[in-house]
Design a protein around this ligand. Structure first.
Ligand code: PLP
Length: 386
């Protein structure tokens, strides 16, 4: 079966009720027939469910679908994208290790890397999204244990070369960890380019309807085992209810992403030459600086485009205040189109200098394109620009 079919057909075994849609196992613990079965489960001699911090059928169903979509051996689901990112760091890095990341990463991930990892004696350094192979090789230290990147990046939509970085990590025996939140496995499967781990904020496109928080890490069995052991003790488990919502969402991920990306391409083509813009970026526009890499590793350009308004902060504020339909909210990856202003929201904790280094100018606006009719979205953006 193709991954998109698996995302629909993988399902927890039917119960005696013969339900068609998947049941929800909203339970914190599981029962045993007798003391011996319970002893064996606790001794890891069986795979029986014990407690939902460790495992739960609704959560397993979501993880199995994500592993199928990403082409991964195994996975573990967490309460949010950030707990997936944090778990993948803390389970695999130790005092004295070095983490190499890109300076264009999600705001909270930047906080974890630069503020919290050093508290545990884990070093880090950043490399620019535009870095070539030589610069990457020069940035690797003898104690580099993990490379962590996002592509396309949030919010600047830089595209990093997965095959090039994957090759370097393989040669140097470094764990390659990719946040695939923006592209989703429908557009891009980092494991095919050498990633060992893929992390997601399931809160975004995977849910796709702005309802629940969730996260997931998939990848190599041996690494996931370490992450599972760390997480089952420290407790960032995904709620079975949220897992059930997310598992149902994955049934429609393929068709939703096709529409999101189709709408985003249409809008960016229609708007790219608008006189109000300094620039407009979408990975599948030939004018994008990393267009060739995007075409090599992505099946579609994703559901996000961004633009820089002439007139900076003031123009950005006026634009947001003039929108009538698009939502002003922190989330992305919803059925409803969303406009946001990274400099004053998601990336406000960075210094002005750090923001500029990763292309977050004062007038940058990020549009998460929804499933509304593309001409209704276009009309709202155009009237706000007027
Ligand atoms: C939102 C986001 C996260 C964090 O996910 P939460 O579910 O909000 O914890 C991580 N990476 C990227 C790229 C994101 O957009």
């Amino acid at each position: 079966m193709k991954p998109s079919t698996k995302a629909i057909r993988i399902q927890t075994d039917r119960t005696n009720e013969m339900e068609h849609s998947t049941p929800l196992f909203l339970t914190s613990s599981f029962c045993f027939e007798n003391a011996e079965d319970m002893r064996a489960a606790f001794a890891d001699e069986t795979d029986d469910n014990i407690y939902s911090r460790f495992s739960n059928p609704s959560v397993k169903e979501f993880v199995d679908k994500m592993a199928a979509l990403e082409g991964a051996e195994s996975g573990y689901a967490t309460a949010s994208g950030m707990s997936a990112v944090f778990g993948s760091f803390m389970a695999l890095l130790k005092q004295g290790d070095h983490l190499l990341s890109c300076n264009a990463i999600f705001g909270s991930t930047h906080t974890v890397i630069s503020k919290y990892l050093p508290k545990y004696g884990i070093e880090y350094s950043y490399i620019a999204a535009e870095a070539n192979e030589e610069t990457w090789l020069a940035a690797i230290k003898p104690n580099t244990k993990m490379v962590y990147i996002e592509t396309p990046t949030n919010p600047g939509l830089a595209v990093l070369d997965l095959a090039m970085i994957g090759k370097i990590c393989k040669e140097k025996n470094i764990i390659f960890n990719v946040d695939n939140c923006f592209a989703t496995p429908i557009s891009q499967r980092p494991i095919e380019f050498g990633a060992d781990l893929v992390v997601h904020s399931a809160t975004k496109w995977l849910d796709g309807q702005g309802r629940v928080l969730g996260g997931v890490i998939v990848g190599k069995e041996s690494l996931i085992k370490e992450i599972y052991l760390f997480c089952r003790s420290t407790g960032p488990a995904l709620s079975p209810f949220n897992a059930w919502v997310l598992s149902k969402s994955l049934e429609t991920l393929d068709v939703r992403m096709e529409r999101h990306a189709g709408n985003a391409l249409y809008l960016s083509e229609q708007l790219q030459n608008h006189s109000a813009f300094e620039s407009l970026r979408y990975p599948f526009l030939p004018s994008h600086p990393h267009y060739c890499i995007a075409r090599q590793q992505m099946k579609n350009g994703g559901g996000i485009f961004c633009f820089e308004l002439k007139g900076g902060l003031e123009a950005g504020r006026n634009f947001l205040n003039s929108l009538q339909m698009l939502s002003l909210t922190a989330n992305l990856g919803d059925t409803r189109s969303i406009a946001s202003h990274p400099a004053s929201t998601t990336h406000a904790k960075l210094t002005e200098e750090e923001r500029l280094a990763v292309g977050i100018t004062p007038g940058l606006i990020r549009i998460s394109v929804g499933l509304e009719d593309k001409d209704d979205i276009l009309a709202d953006i155009l009237q706000a620009l007027d």
